[in-house]
Design a protein around this ligand. Structure first.
Ligand SMILES: Cc1ncc(COP(=O)(O)O)c(C=O)c1O
Length: 485
């Protein structure tokens, strides 16, 4: 008997890439407790106490990571010096190793989270002229807000395929034809091109290396720097390996290096693929044209950083946080981690799909997006009834938290016309925190959504009673649930 021969069989389920090393028990609440809390929160998911959730808090994958034992250990080695703490040097080593950009080539600016890095960058870029445009493949909302509050326009060049239900391996790609047309027509007003990997606003869809390379080529032809938003760079690399034929045998760390070799710099929220609970950064390559063309840039950025975040060697973070990031970046590029992580998200999405919940496919790396318009097809719901908000509101009562990113979050109230202006996408996002849940937690979430989908004709409308006209209104609004007319 050959024992190895005997175990040559496939299994329906695969083990996770890790085991739990610490757990947190749920506190016990009744449906009535949750109803009271939901009403008090004005049915706004952001205001609902997380303590009342039952293992299905899919509000965000940002900063919600469970740390590895190695990260917890590294935390103890962090030193809380005001200047040049131990972790700072470890982080620079980790950046160089993981991103493949040598330390001597990198100007690194640390921030407490991604949007602070965006704010620093676009505050400077905004000074370079009037009527500027930043083209991207789908700016995240904070990126767009930081561009626009500096009097520039963020233009999203989504791929047309993103809207179609047909399979496309890289729906997050930039539309190259429209980029070239824009560069030709408005090149003088374009200070940089911005590519987000993976494309969170575009349904968490990945971007191919072929597309990044083609964008780089256009940037070179038109003399523009290329900046990346790399919040989910490792997940994007996993898709490249699994969907871009020529990279199927390339190790993830090498794909990551190839990706970063193509940019002039990047902003990052380390709360995602930094596998950490806080942190952000801006990196600019010293060889980039942006430094040659704007001599004051680096000094102005340093001033901005010191004014808003503190000394450049801690950038708004504790020494402990910095150590956690330095360690997390090394874990996130491991293939066994990414297989487990993305496999879990996909198993969750496939279960929803199999049970007739309309979801955006193919699935991205960090979240499953429910298509709200298709969810309510055949019912009396209109997009301005904010069915997505009502769905997330009812789910709170089952201890589940999802996030509406659609008609309400991305729409706005036109005061003059006294009507809602609707965005092109209408999603509810189920973002899966890293290393936090077991598949059964996610299947519980899915079961709740499936049951409500069966009862979709009875789902009420969400009526904004406060905040409809505000900016970033989904964070602040309050609702009542009303009869659907
Ligand atoms: C693509 C993208 N860019 C930027 C950000 C902003 O990062 P932070 O939340 O750390 O400010 C996010 C956050 O979700 C994001 O997904």
């Amino acid at each position: 008997m050959d024992p190895i021969q005997l175990i040559q069989f496939d299994t329906a389920h695969q083990p996770r890439a890790y085991v739990n090393s610490s757990v947190r028990f749920h506190h016990i609440f009744s449906d009535a407790d949750r109803l009271q809390a939901a009403k008090k929160a004005g049915w706004n998911v952001f205001q609902f106490p997380s303590e009342m959730l039952l293992g299905g808090d899919l509000l965000s994958d940002s900063g919600t990571t469970t740390l590895t034992a190695e990260q917890v250990a590294a935390m103890f080695l962090g030193d809380e010096a005001y200047g040049s703490n131990y972790g700072y040097f470890k982080l620079l080593e980790s950046f160089a190793e993981v991103f493949g950009i040598p330390q001597e080539e990198s100007e690194v600016f640390l921030f407490h989270q991604g949007r602070a890095a965006e704010h620093a960058l676009f505050t400077q870029v905004g000074k370079w002229g009037k009527g500027m445009i930043i083209p991207g493949n789908g700016h995240f909302d904070t990126t767009q807000a930081n561009i626009e509050c500096n009097q520039m326009t963020a233009v999203d060049l989504f791929l047309p395929e993103l809207k179609k239900s047909d399979y496309h391996p890289f729906k997050g790609n930039m539309d190259l034809e429209r980029l070239e047309a824009l560069l030709k027509e408005k090149g003088d007003h374009i200070p940089m091109v911005y590519l987000t990997i993976t494309n969170n606003t575009g349904g968490g869809q990945p971007v191919s290396l072929e597309n990044i390379r083609a964008v780089r080529k256009l940037c070179d032809e038109y003399g523009k720097p290329l900046f990346l938003d790399v919040c989910r760079f490792a997940e994007n690399a996993w898709f490249i390996k699994n969907r871009e034929e020529q990279y199927k045998n390339t190790p993830i760390p090498e794909i990551v290096h190839e990706t970063f070799a193509l940019c002039d710099g990047f902003t990052v929220s380390l709360k995602k693929d930094g596998l950490t609970n806080m942190g952000g950064a801006l990196l600019i390559k010293r060889s980039s044209r942006i430094i040659k063309e704007h001599e004051a840039l680096l000094n102005d950025l340093r001033d901005h950083q010191i004014l808003t975040e503190g000394h450049p060697t801690y950038g708004g973070m504790t020494g402990r946080d910095i150590m956690v990031i330095a360690e997390g970046l090394r874990t996130v590029v491991k293939e066994e981690y990414l297989n487990s992580r993305i496999g879990q998200v996909h198993a969750f999405g496939e279960y929803l799909e199999k049970n007739n919940v309309p979801v955006l496919t193919p699935f991205g790396g960090h979240a499953v997006y429910i298509d709200v318009n298709r969810f309510f097809e055949g019912t009396k719901h209109k997009p301005e009834d904010f069915g997505g908000v009502a769905l997330t509101a009812l789910l709170l009562l089952k201890g589940v938290r999802l996030c509406e990113l659609g008609a309400f979050a991305f729409g706005h109230w036109d005061k003059e016309q006294q009507k809602e202006v609707l965005p092109s996408n209408n999603f509810v996002r189920c973002a899966v925190p890293r290393n936090k849940y077991e598949i059964q937690d996610l299947l519980y979430v899915a079961d709740c959504v499936i049951e409500l989908h069966k009862k979709r004709h009875e789902i009420p409308r969400a009526v904004p009673v406060h905040g409809r006209e505000l900016t970033l209104r989904h964070f602040k609004a309050r609702f009542e649930l009303g009869e659907i007319k």
